[in-house]
Design a protein around this ligand. Structure first.
Ligand code: BES
Ligand code: MN
Ligand code: MN
Length: 462
């Protein structure tokens, strides 16, 4: 494997340019206006897998966006690694906050990425991280060091709930058979301190609608005499947390696992600087559930957040009006053992019960998924840690993340295998935000580290 460093150095310009081409296609899965581009991206991913050395690649049609499946089977008696990633991206808006257009990738230096970072929607989440695996395969094929079988499953609906992937996985268990699932769609602590994600939160995402009068009204003629849906919605939402920032939905915490003091002390060992955290976000203080610190609030504790709220007049100037309707999109991040469907039901029941006379309330579930925790004594975890240790010079730290990849719990249920989350992004890479970027260092380090995972996984499997 000494050659991997040299191979990356020799080919890095091409690796970067190939990723830039992929990032130019705006594969926004949430907005049907980009539908053609999402399909085109699937074709581009297929071509890249063929070029990298897969023996067989196909576009698998689904009720939604296609799944790109590829494989290189060298010996059926050897282990099989299944690589998962997604080629769809989040919508780029608000457009005006980007310093360069989201689908015209450029390399810029930042304080955290002095070697430069590629700025584009999807650069880190997840095209850049997915493409590291394609280039790692290219290296292993070229250098004849691929030590086992590999399968790729790259989807186009991760950012909208992976509906078609669940459909696909349920129907293709034999085809997807594997010994370990490898995903780079998470982050690490810093470029000096790698970490392996050992937990993901679950998710329940709902939309609520509060209706008052049957039409918008003059706020002078009717104000004070009828319920204002926006006032009511604001009050209902405010009541979902108490003065300690605990969530007030009855039964919400019933299955939440309380970590022991030892486990929490272990978590507190991960490097974290509250002042830097505040500074990076221009905050005068942090905020959250009483009794927990920041790194617990955003990983081992469940949350409820309004993601968007609208209704009434939001245009220029002032319009005196009582809106007929008010809306909000609400997400609840869940921890392992909380069942997302049950939480969605508890939310619906409670939220509807909060409605005062004078309004009606509707709750529409969007999507969700279960959380995930993985042990650190598995072969997969050990192999990943050995790989990071070799390329970064220090061992990786296990970290539970606040983000969600709902499909991971489904993989365990349907395919009976464990997932290793080998992320190379940083929290500061602005995924889902304007100016998303992915460090060149991180991209190339990923390509360097992945073949070592294969090597150690196969060695430890013997
Ligand atoms: N890659 C992210 C999830 C992530 C990022 C996990 C960083 C851990 C660290 C993924 O693409 C994502 O955004 N997931 C969504 C959930 C999905 C159902 C829309 C999320 O977490 O909001
Ligand atoms: Mn992602
Ligand atoms: Mn995402």
């Amino acid at each position: 494997m000494e050659n991997i460093k040299a191979y990356v150095q020799e080919h890095k310009d091409r690796f970067i340019n190939e990723l830039i081409e992929l990032l130019k296609i705006p594969s926004v899965s949430a907005d049907t206006a980009y539908s053609h581009d999402v399909f085109e991206t699937a074709d581009a991913v297929k071509a890249s897998l063929e070029k990298a050395g897969c023996d067989f690649v196909e576009i698998c049609d689904t009720p939604g966006y296609p799944i790109v499946y590829g494989e290189k089977i060298i010996d059926k008696s050897l282990p099989t690694v299944l690589v998962y990633g997604h080629y769809d991206v989040q919508p780029p808006d608000p457009m005006e906050l980007w310093t360069s257009p989201p689908f015209e990738p450029v390399i810029k230096k930042t304080e955290i990425h002095p070697e430069g970072a590629i700025f584009a929607r999807g650069s880190c989440d997840d095209k850049g991280q997915m493409y590291m695996h394609v280039k790692a395969l290219e290296y292993m094929v070229q250098s004849k060091t691929l030590p086992c079988n590999v399968k790729f499953m790259i989807e186009g609906e991760e950012e909208i709930g992976s509906k078609s992937l669940s459909w696909f996985v349920e129907r293709n268990q034999e085809k997807l058979k594997n010994d370990v699932i490898l995903i780079s769609d998470t982050g690490m602590i810093s470029n000096q301190q790698p970490s392996i994600t050992t937990g993901l939160r679950g998710l329940s995402y709902v939309e609520v609608e509060v209706t008052g009068p049957n039409r918008d009204l003059h706020s002078g003629l009717y104000g004070g005499a009828v319920a204002n849906p926006i006032n009511v919605l604001a009050k209902m939402i405010a009541s979902l947390h108490d003065e300690n920032n605990h969530i007030t939905i009855p039964g919400f915490y019933d299955n939440v696992e309380e970590l022991s003091l030892e486990e929490r002390a272990e978590m507190a060992k991960a490097p974290f600087n509250l002042d830097n955290y505040k500074k990076a976000l221009d905050l005068n203080d942090v905020y959250g559930e009483k009794g927990y610190v920041t790194n617990e609030r955003n990983s081992i504790r469940p949350t409820l957040d309004v993601n968007g709220i609208w209704g009434g007049y939001t245009g220029e100037g002032a319009k005196t009006v009582i809106s007929s309707k008010a809306f909000a999109k609400i997400s609840m991040r869940l921890v392992p053992n909380q069942d997302w469907e049950q939480i969605t039901e508890l939310f619906t029941k409670h939220f509807t019960s909060l409605a005062p006379a004078g309004v009606t309330v509707k709750v529409k579930p969007h999507h969700g998924g279960q959380g995930y925790v993985t042990p650190i004594d598995s072969i997969g975890y050990k192999a990943a840690n050995m790989a990071y240790t070799e390329t970064f010079g220090v061992p990786a730290i296990p970290v539970r993340s606040g983000g969600s990849i709902p499909i991971v719990a489904l993989f365990e249920k349907e395919l009976k295998s464990k997932t290793i989350l080998m992320g190379f992004g940083l929290d500061s890479d602005a995924i889902h935000s304007p100016n998303e970027h992915f460090g060149i260092f991180n991209y190339l380090k990923g390509i360097e580290t992945i073949p070592l995972f294969y090597k150690y996984f196969v060695e430890l499997s013997k």
